[in-house]
Design a protein. Structure first.
Length: 200
């Protein structure tokens, strides 16, 4: 994992209330073009989630019913690659509103599984899936234009917005997630051992 910003989210968050503030770090997690496996691995932190809950306010996440990405987020973990126009918009929004943006898992870091469709032009892909696949063309989706349009190529997050840190893995195992997140929340440099820097 690399980290290009040295900003201390805890110190910065505490600074809003002045010296000695106990204000929690504002943590968000985002699900773009991924399978949710990275979030499942995050939940596998198990009892460490209790320690995490003591240190953070979870202000936005697929596991919380929050509709709009909030202002003034300290750390955001982003699962998944950028695959459609909604992902593009959310990526830009979360960058504007967050101090530290983390590419969370191989799809965010490299495109990974989500980018397997990159060799196929979008129109050909939609035709294959919706018009030549088995069964009837489903209602909604591409037929009714109610789902966000695919962008021509799936992109890793850092090709869309500046990213401050990377956690590889498909999914990253709980140990490396905890190593990275606990360091980020403490405002310390994140150092992953070699065995934690592998993809897949
Ligand atoms: S990195 Fe792996 S586990 Fe995470 S979203 Fe992508 S495919 Fe799923």
């Amino acid at each position: 994992m690399t980290q290009s910003k040295s900003e201390n989210p805890k110190k910065t968050a505490g600074g809003k209330k002045g010296q000695g503030s106990t204000q929690k770090v504002r943590l968000a997690t985002v699900w773009l073009g991924g399978c949710s496996g990275c979030h499942m691995s995050f939940l596998d932190l198990d009892e460490r989630l209790i320690d995490l809950a003591a240190a953070v306010d979870l202000v936005y996440s697929p596991i919380a019913d929050v509709k709009t990405f909030p202002e003034d987020v300290d750390v955001v973990l982003v699962e998944g690659a950028v695959a459609n126009v909604d992902h593009l918009e959310l990526a830009e929004q979360l960058r504007e509103r967050s101090k530290i943006v983390v590419s969370f898992g191989d799809c965010a870091v490299t495109g990974n599984v989500t980018s397997l469709r990159n060799k196929i032009p979008v129109d050909d892909l939609l035709t294959k899936v919706y018009h030549e696949g088995p069964g009837a063309v489903p209602r909604g989706g591409e037929t009714d234009k109610v789902v966000p349009a695919l962008i021509p190529r799936v992109l890793p997050l850092h090709q869309v917005i500046p990213v401050d840190a990377f956690i590889p893995g498909c999914p990253p195992d709980p140990e490396r997630i905890w190593t990275a997140v606990s360091a980020l929340l403490a405002g310390e440099p994140v150092v992953l051992e070699d065995r934690m820097r592998k993809f897949g």
